[in-house]
Design a binder for this molecule. Structure first.
Ligand code: ATR
Length: 275
């Protein structure tokens, strides 16, 4: 029997571990399906959309730089995708409508917010970056009743754009991050800085609180320079692997109506593929 097809679209995409994770779950739950990488150009998106409509592909994940770009191709966005204008999961509903959902918000909540020490709602959070993943992180924090959220981005105007969407966001000038960092309990790197293991922030972050929790949304490499720096200073750190896994878990559920287990074998498999 022909395998049901799933894919992730993005550009560049070769670093993505989504095929490994979904194919692991297909095997585990004996689903006759395969998940592949589609590194595509903007001009090829319509073609992929047509394949979903005619059921050649059952569902796709969407990653950079298309999380927002894909929206006009869809019938509608729902739930978190509606609130963030960021779509990472696409599927057809029973009436053949193309639905865009966002599972990054759930991914972030499921991955970290349970690990943050008590009274998380009183914590002050600083998000670095205003790119594709930032609105999902803001919404995940708000849904977890964390409302003291500041954001700083190298290009200031992009922070203001997010403030239009999330009115209570505090915007911090990029050059003020160094002196202000000691005000924050949680710092989250939502920039792409760190994807190359030599990437380094030019800001000086040494003025941090001793109880700081540092979260990097990057999972490959497993340890960015920032994670190494904070770890060596005895700060609790997380990389983006759990967020990645839990966004995938929810996407898998939306497509297959099975909530796949995050077991040790999967964790080992994914960790073995990281740099
Ligand atoms: P996009 O900005 O196209 O949505 P992204 O990968 O989602 O792409 O976002 C990249 C993020 O990393 C942005 O916040 C970007 O800051 P700018 O808006 O100023 O470009 C940030 N970023 C990338 N390289 C950076 C660097 N060297 N220093 C600081 N921030 C950086």
């Amino acid at each position: 029997m022909k395998k049901t097809k799933f894919a992730i679209i993005g550009n560049p995409i070769s670093h993505s571990l989504s095929p490994i994770m979904h194919n692991y779950w297909f095997k585990k739950y004996k689903i006759n399906a395969e998940y592949e990488l589609l590194e595509i150009d903007k001009s090829e998106i319509q073609n992929v959309i047509n394949k979903i409509k005619n059921k050649e592909i059952k569902g796709i994940n969407v990653t950079l730089p298309y999380k927002n770009f894909i929206i006009p191709f869809l019938t509608k966005t729902i739930n978190d995708a509606n609130e963030t204008h960021s779509v990472n999961t696409v599927m057809l509903d029973d009436n053949n409508n193309l639905i865009g959902e966002n599972t990054d918000v759930f991914g972030f909540q499921a991955a970290y917010l349970k690990s943050i020490p008590n009274q998380a709602n009183k914590k002050k959070v600083l998000i670095l970056g205003a790119g594709g993943v930032a609105p999902s992180i803001i919404l995940a924090l708000l849904k977890s009743n964390i409302s003291d959220i500041s954001l700083s981005n190298r290009t200031f105007e992009k922070s203001l754009f997010l403030k239009k969407k999330f009115k209570n966001l505090n915007v911090v000038k990029w050059n003020d991050c160094s002196k202000d960092i000691n005000k924050f309990d949680i710092v989250i790197n939502a920039t792409s800085l760190g994807l190359n293991s030599n990437d380094k922030f030019t800001n000086d972050f040494s003025n941090f609180k001793k109880t700081l929790v540092y979260i990097d949304t990057i999972y490959n490499p497993a340890e960015t320079k920032m994670i190494k720096y904070f770890k060596s200073n005895k700060i609790k750190t997380f990389n983006g692997l759990n967020m990645f896994i839990y966004q995938g878990q929810k996407a898998f559920y939306l497509w297959n109506k099975i909530n796949p287990e995050v077991d040790d074998e999967l964790l080992e498999l994914l960790e073995s593929k990281l740099n």
